[in-house]
Design a protein around this ligand. Structure first.
Ligand code: ACO
Length: 357
């Protein structure tokens, strides 16, 4: 028994931005960016909202729109979703949540919705949390059935995890250290609890205090004053507020490479598997060098890793879901294969899950 992926989708904005275009805005070049990051182009939302991107990825995951991947024939009815979890840093509104905006757009009238703030680990935190919800509900329902009573908790049989990001709105386009890295987009999976099959074989999530502000973005609304502050109160705090994302590149690199190895090993151990058992690694795409480092450490050829960073850049929590979808749509993994998804990001968050497709 387990949480099985029954649908997968992705959505990317129309506008492609090349490294040469960035070179016209800040002092950088294709020659600098490609060897250090692996990024050649990224998609930037000029007209699409987070809701547009998330809803399109969701509809494709459900088979309600063309271009997605489904485990079985036929589209999935959005009304059968019990829950929508949206990992995002860039929701269109503080509330309703981004998940609720997507719910309304796709017609998932029975879904309970909420967002998750866990930066680039959103894919793994989203799937792991959905899996915990599905397993918890199965346990609750089994107890209710045995005792001949109603379940004590929400019944959760189908969950949509949809990570949607417009990081282009958090990026300081004058900061060449960060603006070259990020792109916009969304990735989605539909998970269903099945008694006779396994799906998510293991998951692992962890947090580390970011005392050194390795990855950071202040909340812009904190700069607002209330009528109750004494004159000058809070001024120092407001003065230091920075509405853009900031990153200590080399510290992130160190954290990311260690977290990638640690979390992958932990999730594989929990599943009772080794790296040899994994058909395809679909990691968060922060930087191609981080993935190459992990491949070398694990003594694996790069063909065992799904690389999408060259054409989408870093799409935070959506990256690995987009990578998984590309691999499924291209037939690089099929039913019965094992995927390993590892991610790390602001928080500092990190985690990994091992999934039988
Ligand atoms: N173009 C040209 N020069 C640049 C650029 C750029 N886009 N960015 C930085 N530089 C310059 C710096 O100003 C610096 O110049 P200086 O020596 O004259 O001061 C020089 O290049 C070296 O700067 P570093 O920051 O030391 O560059 P580094 O070699 O570390 O590469 C990079 C930067 C690619 C970001 C690297 O640190 C890295 O890969 N870090 C991992 C961070 C990451 O992947 N973040 C993703 C987002 S977070 C996440 O998803 C978890």
């Amino acid at each position: 028994m387990g949480s099985v992926i029954i649908g997968s989708g992705r959505s990317l904005p129309k506008r492609t931005v090349t490294n040469d275009e960035l070179g016209a805005i800040v002092d950088t070049s294709d020659e600098w960016i490609v060897p250090r990051t692996g990024i050649r182009t990224r998609q930037i939302a000029t007209e699409e909202t987070c809701t547009d991107l998330g809803a399109e990825a969701a509809l494709r995951a459900l088979g309600q729109a063309a271009g997605g991947w489904q485990r079985e024939e036929g589209a999935i009815d959005p009304a059968t979703l019990d829950m929508i979890i949206c990992p995002t840093l860039t929701a269109d509104t503080h509330f309703p949540s981004q998940a609720a905006r997507i719910r309304e757009r796709i017609g998932a009238e029975n879904a309970v919705c909420y967002d998750m703030s866990c930066a680039c680990s959103g894919c793994v935190y989203g799937i792991s949390t959905a899996d915990l919800m599905l397993a918890g509900s199965a346990f609750d329902r089994a107890g209710a059935e045995a005792a001949g009573r109603v379940p004590r908790r929400n019944v959760v049989r189908r969950v949509l995890v949809v990570a949607a990001e417009r990081l282009s709105r958090l990026v300081d386009w004058d900061d060449r250290a960060t603006c070259i890295l990020f792109g916009d987009g969304a990735g989605a999976v539909v998970l269903e609890w099945r008694d006779g099959e396994d799906g998510v074989l293991s998951s692992y999530m962890e947090n580390t205090d970011d005392t050194a502000r390795t990855l950071w973005c202040d909340s812009a609304f904190c700069a607002r004053e209330t009528p109750f502050a004494a004159e000058g109160e809070g001024a120092a705090e407001r003065e230091g507020l920075d509405p853009y994302m900031r990153m200590a590149g080399q510290a992130v690199f160190k954290f990311a490479t260690a977290a990638m190895m640690r979390c992958t090993e932990e999730a594989l151990e929990r599943a009772g598997l080794s790296v040899e058992d994994v058909t395809l690694f679909t990691p968060h795409q922060a930087n191609e060098r981080i993935i190459r480092y992990a491949a070398k450490k694990m003594d694996l050829p790069m063909e065992r890793f799904q690389l999408i960073i060259d054409h989408v850049g870093n799409v935070s929590g959506a990256s690995a879901l987009i990578a998984l979808n590309e691999a499924l749509c291209d037939g690089k993994i099929t039913q019965g294969d094992i995927a390993c998804m590892t991610a790390f990001g602001g928080g500092l968050t990190a985690g990994s899950c091992v999934i039988r497709i």
